[in-house]
Design a protein around this ligand. Structure first.
Ligand SMILES: NC(=O)c1ccc[n+]([C@@H]2O[C@H](COP(=O)([O-])OP(=O)(O)OC[C@H]3O[C@@H](n4cnc5c(N)ncnc54)[C@H](OP(=O)(O)O)[C@@H]3O)[C@@H](O)[C@H]2O)c1
Length: 263
């Protein structure tokens, strides 16, 4: 299937590692000109060079923290200057720490809101008006399957990602007349550094081995295994494509079937 991405310009946030990196790689492989950001500039530059050498296409990169609105604005402007337009914006960030409610304080809540919700608002503010100019756009938010089925101990994620989902669903209505779709993708357990960190935290918290933590997840997943970043990225690339023009306002789980609900 031709995804029609060869003339497109895509920005993928928080993309030096994990899911963001896999999405950037897939979009570049499909022919898009890609821009990525993350905080650590050395990791970011290495990732940009590796993607570029794997796909033969330019990958623009700029180090920044997605919680900084001025830095996000400067990055989106730099992408437009470099490539002349912006067609696809995939929002992403690191995840908040895994905590129980009794262990959270107001600063934890504020930083989760900044990291997950406000970062998405900052990218939306910058990206959507640029897409409107071309009457075409794909705005895709990466959240988590926890927006469909909250997970014990991921309190901050369960709570704040629901707000991101509400934002995306509302933007989908507001921007559809401009040829822009807004969709949310909800990864299940996918093998990345973030998941290794979570495995370690849960192993200590429950006094079991990391292998037992993973085996516990695998028992809950109908597919019987964790996902790969590449499996996740393939679905995001489809949603970013010409072919997904009539998919708007969905929250799509890419989770091996772990979400048990009908919708
Ligand atoms: N993997 C899973 O199973 C899974 C499941 C559900 C949801 N998620 C969520 O999906 C998102 C991505 O997860 P992942 O597994 O790909 O994580 P990861 O492997 O830890 O990668 C996170 C990426 O985000 C960047 N980043 C983190 N905080 C940032 C910030 N404030 N500003 C800019 N860049 C930032 C990191 O680079 P720097 O550190 O250099 O900034 C890195 O490139 C997270 O929110 C995670 O909670 C993951």
């Amino acid at each position: 299937m031709d995804l029609g991405l060869s003339q497109r310009v895509a920005l993928v946030a928080a993309a030096s590692k994990g899911l963001g990196r896999a999405v950037a790689t897939e979009l570049s492989r499909e022919g898009a000109r890609v821009a990525i950001c993350a905080r650590n500039s050395a990791d970011l530059a290495r990732t940009a060079a590796e993607i570029s050498s794997a796909t033969g296409r330019e990958v623009f990169h700029q180090a920044l923290d997605v919680t900084d609105p001025d830095a996000v604005a400067a990055f989106v402007a730099a992408v437009e200057n470099r490539f002349g337009r912006l067609d696809i914006c995939v929002t992403n960030s690191g995840g908040p720490p895994s905590k129980l409610f009794k262990d959270t304080n107001p600063a934890d809540w504020k930083s989760a809101v900044d990291l997950l919700l406000m970062s998405t608002v900052f990218f939306a503010k910058e990206a959507l008006p640029r897409m409107q100019k071309n009457k075409w756009g794909r705005f895709i938010t990466i959240t988590s399957y926890t927006v469909k089925q909250p997970v014990d101990g991921l309190l901050l994620s369960n709570s704040v990602r629901a707000a991101v989902t509400g934002l995306a669903r509302t933007l989908a209505n507001e921007y559809a007349p401009d040829g822009i779709t807004v969709n949310n993708v909800c990864p299940g357990y996918t093998r990345t550094e973030r998941l290794s960190e979570l495995t370690e935290v849960l192993s200590v918290r429950h006094g079991i081995t990391e292998q037992e933590v993973v085996a516990g997840w695998e028992r809950q997943i109908p597919a019987g295994r964790l996902g790969t970043p590449e499996e996740f990225a393939a679905v995001v690339a489809f949603l970013a494509s010409e072919r997904a023009s009539y998919v708007n306002g969905v929250s799509l789980a890419i989770d091996g079937g772990i979400v048990r609900s009908l919708l």
